[in-house]
Design a protein around this ligand. Structure first.
Ligand code: NAD
Length: 392
């Protein structure tokens, strides 16, 4: 018998819209998108899933959403808006996925309908996963509400939950059908969540775009002071760099490398070791500091560039050390990082600001040395801060 050969490709397209007050009756961004997707003879349903942190800080949101769809009856809003726990708890608790699958079943959400996730990166990851596995894939719309989800996680193609104590162990590659970045959500973020997402912008600038890094240095005090305009520029540029990379490279990560995961091998492990008491973005800042110092030790990154990276993150208010770094299990992050993707261990390091370079091994003694340096510099930074705050 002859071998039968099969080959086809599937094209994915989606837009990321930037707007403010998405659910104001006068805002047509969402309704225009839904109109553009209408198919004659098919009534599409919309199931909304809301992050509890957003629900608490935007108590009128559910009513606003209901009013919006009453004014714009372009799709049938399911009256039950499902609230799920905000933060990593959503990804750590499998029963949240079950709740959503159950709602899909109860409300008859089919593959022409939409699941709309409103929340931070954790909730979007979990909802995207539930959408991807229900009926083999329900269209999902993302409305990211944190800096990190607007500039990185929400605009990409991955979704997941944590499983067996490992980050993102279960998940799929499924692009959303649209993303709506609404800047008004950012006003209610805690300072740490405003800051955390900036680390992903620093990461992508360090491996791809020196000019963006230079800009962040000049805008650092504005960003730290929660300047809206500076943040909007940061989010837009960071999202653009991520999207260009995803489309131009290996969107479904078939190879062995994950360049956008610079600084992430230790970050994922640290999040887990800290029992998720630190945010993903905070752990990424520490991971960037570690891999930058490591690159300097290899003689690839100059002393002054290394200092610029650390200074920028400190000006923004990141802490570049965490006690769980001293747990030897941090080093397991390397093998878990490799296992997640398979193939050869591939870690992104720096050859300069704006220039990443991949390596296939890391020296564990040198990693420990870098951790000791971060601890020492953290201690002296803290004591300098407390001396400054002492009355003269
Ligand atoms: P998060 O989703 O964990 O949210 C942090 C906190 O902010 C939560 O308590 C949440 O309830 C609250 N919150 C969300 N929006 C709010 C708002 N507008 N006002 C007030 N509080 C609000 O944090 P994150 O940084 O957005 O996401 C981190 C997650 O993203 C991690 O799980 C990480 O692994 C994942 N991630 C995924 C990708 C991807 O490609 N899929 C990429 C990067 C990170």
């Amino acid at each position: 018998m002859n071998t039968l050969h099969q080959s086809f490709s599937v094209r994915f397209t989606y837009d990321v819209y930037f707007t403010e007050s998405l659910f104001d009756d006068s805002n047509n961004t969402l309704v225009s998108f839904l109109q553009s997707q209408q198919t004659e003879g098919i009534r599409k349903k919309i199931l909304v899933v809301l992050d509890s942190g957003v629900a608490d800080t935007h108590p009128n949101l559910s009513r606003q959403i209901a009013n919006y769809f009453t004014h714009h009856p372009v799709a049938e809003l399911v009256s039950e808006i499902i609230t799920v726990p905000g933060g990593e708890q959503s990804k750590n608790d499998e029963s949240q996925v079950d709740r959503l699958v159950d709602a899909v079943d109860r409300h008859g959400i089919d593959r022409h309908s939409y699941i709309v996730a409103i929340g931070g990166g954790s909730v979007l990851d979990m909802v995207g996963y539930a959408a991807a596995i229900s009926h083999r894939g329900i269209r999902h719309i993302r409305i990211p509400t944190t800096v990190l989800s607007q500039n990185d996680s929400g605009i990409g193609v991955k979704n997941s939950i944590n499983y067996r104590g490992k980050k993102n162990f279960l998940g799929t590659f499924v692009p959303p059908v649209a993303v709506f970045n609404d800047s008004s959500f950012l006003t209610t973020l805690e300072d740490r969540d405003w800051r955390a997402g900036i680390s992903e912008a620093i990461k992508v600038a360090l491996i791809k775009d020196k000019a963006f890094f230079d800009w962040m240095e000049t805008a650092a005090t504005q960003l730290a002071a929660r300047d809206k305009e500076a943040m909007q520029y940061l989010i837009h540029r960071c999202a653009e760099l991520h999207m260009q990379h995803i489309a131009g490279g290996d969107p479904f990560e078939m190879g062995s490398s994950r360049p956008l995961d610079f600084g992430h091998w230790s970050a994922h492990k640290l999040e887990q070791l800290s029992d998720f008491s630190i945010r993903h973005g905070e752990a990424v800042a520490i991971g960037i500091a570690m891999d930058s110092l490591y690159s300097r030790h290899l003689g690839w990154l100059s002393e002054s560039d290394t200092q610029r990276i650390l200074n920028l993150m400190e000006t923004l208010g990141f802490s570049l050390y965490h006690p769980d770094l001293e747990n030897e299990a941090v080093l397991k992050g390397l093998s878990e990082f490799r296992e997640h993707l398979g193939g050869r261990l591939t870690i992104m390091l720096l050859e300069g600001i704006g220039k990443g370079v991949e390596v296939h091994e890391m020296d564990t003694d040198l990693i420990q040395q870098v951790i000791a340096e971060l601890k020492a510099s953290h201690q002296s930074y803290q004591s300098a801060l407390s001396t400054e705050s002492q009355p003269a």
